[in-house]
Structures are given as C-alpha cells and as structure tokens.
Ligand binder design. Structure first.
Ligand code: NI
Length: 169
C-alpha cells in the first residue's frame, strides 16, 4: 500500500514519535509499505510520521531501489556517536521543492532495531550519515528547516506561504 506523504506544516511532523513495542507481522507490513511509499515519492529516506504514523521507525535506501543491500530499516534508533562536520544541501519529501544547506556531523554510529526486534549498530559517513540524522530528526519532530539560520528559515516559510496562497502547496 502506498501512503500519501504528510506535508509541512502538519503538526504530526513537529511532535516526537513513540517507541515501537510490537515486532509483529503488522509492523513488517508497515515497513514494506514504507519502502513502497518512499520509492513512489522518489525519496531516499522516509520516517513513519511522514505518513501520519507517530512511531519511531524509518526506512532509507540511497540507491532508490537499485541495490537491495542498500535497504535500511531503523526502528527505535539511537545515535551513539557523532563526529566531524559536513555542510550539504538537503531536501525532504514533506517540504517539496525546498532545498537548503544544513550543517551536520560527518560521521555517526547508530544503534537500532530491525523489523524483528534485533538490535545492531551501523556506522555511516557522508550522505548516509546525513540521511540517518535527517530521518532520526523526524522521529523527534525536527525538520531540516529548523537546523538552519532563522533568516534562511523565514525566507523558506514565506515562500511556502506564497505557494499555499497560490494553491501550489
Ligand atoms: Ni525528511
């Protein structure tokens, strides 16, 4: 099933999501649906609140379906190490057409469960580290436009309001 993507300023995107506690078939169906919804939207990452489900679950695939081994499921993820610095442009399925440079740590270690409840640790750098942090931010109700300067954010919010008025958002 392909879920529609929730767009800013829907309040569900700015609230912290609840931990996943049941690792059952229903959860595994949700994970499969999230990959399907992400591919349909041409994204490389999707967090459950972005489809209206406030749970700590995110899927990532930098290859956009080309490499099955690149499919990553992070459930109840915790960042255990952050180091370095990178500044790159980011976008978000919940903020279509908006792109801005965001400063983030260059390397992270993330501990997370898979869809069977098994914990493991992953190390990521560059774009993957950025995707991990962007998606985990979603689970805490943080959008990338709240990680840039207030001045740049105001310009973006003005642009969104203009698109809303024109019926383009
Ligand atoms: Ni996003």
């Amino acid at each position: 099933m392909i879920y529609p993507i929730v767009k800013f300023p829907d309040p569900i995107l700015q609230r912290a999501s609840a931990p996943v506690t049941e690792f059952d078939d229903e959860l595994r169906k949700l994970v499969a649906d999230m990959f399907e919804s992400m591919y349909a939207a041409q994204g490389i990452g999707l967090a459950a609140p972005q489809i209206g489900i406030p749970k700590r679950l995110t899927v990532i695939d930098l290859s956009n379906k080309k490499e099955p081994k690149d499919k990553i499921v992070l459930i109840n993820p915790v960042i255990t190490l952050q180091e370095g610095k990178q500044v790159e442009e980011e976008g978000c399925l919940s903020l279509p057409e908006i792109r801005e440079k965001v400063r983030r740590p260059a390397r992270v270690i993330v501990k997370a469960q898979d869809e069977y409840g098994k914990w493991s640790e992953r190390e990521a750098a560059e774009l993957l580290a950025r995707a991990f942090q962007h998606e985990i931010d979603h689970l805490d109700g943080v959008l990338f436009i709240f990680r840039i300067s207030a001045l740049k954010r105001d310009l973006i919010l003005r642009r969104i309001r203009k698109m809303q008025r024109a019926g383009e958002w």
